[in-house]
Design a protein around this ligand. Structure first.
Ligand code: GDP
Length: 399
């Protein structure tokens, strides 16, 4: 690590780069693992500050607690070290009050976190697509299949229904959005706005469209890439020819039926061009020649044909979805990070509580040190110098 301006070497360290959206916060995240000396930390922080970076909020919160706890401990240590007297009552009182305040604050923080935990600890999957494509039917089907519905959450108006489920061992939240359709109706427009926003924020999108109207899939082009899974619903309504094993196999992942590809890229209008004789894009036909295979494999999005109504094909979707979700959990680790922070905070609180009921000042100080150490697991180490700082600053010792 070098200072970009002076070329001065700051440290040998490790930088871990987590590109968005697969980071703890969903943003681009870089972790700097550097040596824990003040000189190194100071130098690295100064350089980062020059680049316009500031300490993040949660870190700020933890640092604040750390500072206060260090202050409490320093006062106690100093008081203990006054050799001839008992602890001055006003210092003792102040230490107890400040410790109790800290306990209350950290506990409030832990409670707030838990409230949102169910949602935050699930990967968000948005079900999007045109009205009547079968989004709600699919949500119901998946929710029932997975059985482990923890909470159906009704959306406020006519916009979003969320269901937290356990998908092959991973917590996910399925969100059913309102139809993505332009409308003069103000409430509906608001529903659409929210749906689009939710879809954009979701980590994975299931874009559901009617298999008979592949032109509907064109809107999925707004979210290109592997995180949008195309779902061609209502295959039970396709003419029998399209449902033959070969026709079916041809329309399954990883490629997309040329008719749908045309609809998405706008090259052809595969949409309402389903004629009365059932020449659906899913049918085997002249278009379905081996020559198209390469083209299909190159497509970024996969299409899964299913019928939400009968349940056919839903298992294949769940398998694909499960793999995608598992991949996220392998890459991410925010759940783990959060769990570690939570554990550290819980340990901090119980050590602080012990210190409040401790008899001897020495034992109280020991509990405070343990609390500080737990908190330090989040903020980085708290060293002796921090303590000395406070002691020198607040007591003017040695000056
Ligand atoms: P949404 O507006 O996208 O949420 O669509 P819905 O889930 O409300 O479904 C619209 C209509 O399509 C309903 O009448 C469903 O019963 C019907 N539907 C949904 N999925 C299927 C399917 O796989 N096959 C058939 N035949 N009908 C379906």
């Amino acid at each position: 690590m070098v200072d970009p301006e002076t070329g001065e070497r700051l440290d040998d360290g490790l930088v871990l780069w987590f590109p968005a959206p697969r980071s703890a916060t969903g943003e681009d995240v870089a972790e700097f693992h550097v040596h824990g000396s003040r000189a190194v930390l100071g130098a690295v922080m100064r350089v980062l500050g020059r680049l316009g970076l500031r300490l993040a909020e949660p870190g700020g919160l933890y640092y604040g607690w750390c500072d206060r706890l260090t202050g409490i401990l320093a006062h106690l240590e100093a008081a203990i070290d006054f050799p001839d007297e008992d602890l001055p009552p006003e210092i003792e009182h102040r230490i107890l009050t400040e410790t109790a305040e800290l306990v209350a604050e950290i506990e409030r923080h832990l409670t707030d976190e838990r409230r949102g935990e169910r949602l935050r600890d699930g990967i968000m999957i948005a079900i999007v697509g045109p009205p009547n494509a079968g989004k709600s039917s699919l949500l119901n089907r998946i929710a029932r299949r997975e059985a482990a519905i923890t909470s159906p959450i009704a959306g406020t108006t006519r916009d979003i229904i969320e269901v937290a489920i356990d998908l092959q061992g991973y917590p996910v939240v399925l969100a059913d959005t309102a139809g993505l359709r332009d409308s003069g109706d103000e409430i509906e427009a608001e529903g659409k706005r929210r749906a689009v926003q939710r879809a954009e924020n979701a980590e994975i999108r299931l874009f559901v469209f009617d298999a008979r109207h592949p032109a509907e899939a064109a809107d999925a082009a707004a979210w290109p890439g592997p995180d949008t899974i195309l779902v061609a619903n209502k295959i039970d309504l396709l003419p029998p020819r399209a449902q033959s094993p070969r026709g079916r196999a041809n329309s399954v992942m990883p490629g997309l039926d040329p008719g749908i590809k045309g609809a998405i890229t706008g090259l052809t209008d595969g949409g309402e061009g389903v004629d009365a004789h059932g020449a659906s894009p899913w049918a085997e036909g002249p278009r379905d020649t081996p020559g198209h295979d390469d083209e299909r494999l190159a497509l970024p999005q996969e299409t899964i044909p299913l019928a939400a109504l009968t349940g056919e094909g839903v298992d294949a979707l769940l398998t694909a979805l499960g793999e995608r979700v598992a991949q996220s959990y392998r890459i991410e680790g925010p759940v783990l990070t959060r769990a570690r922070h939570r554990q550290a905070l819980e340990e901090t609180v119980s050590a602080l509580r012990r210190s409040l009921s401790a008899f001897l000042p020495e034992l109280r100080a020991e509990d405070l040190r343990l609390a500080l150490r737990s908190l330090g697991r989040i903020t980085g180490t708290v060293d002796v110098e921090d303590l000395l700082d406070v002691i020198f600053r607040d007591f003017c010792i040695g000056k």
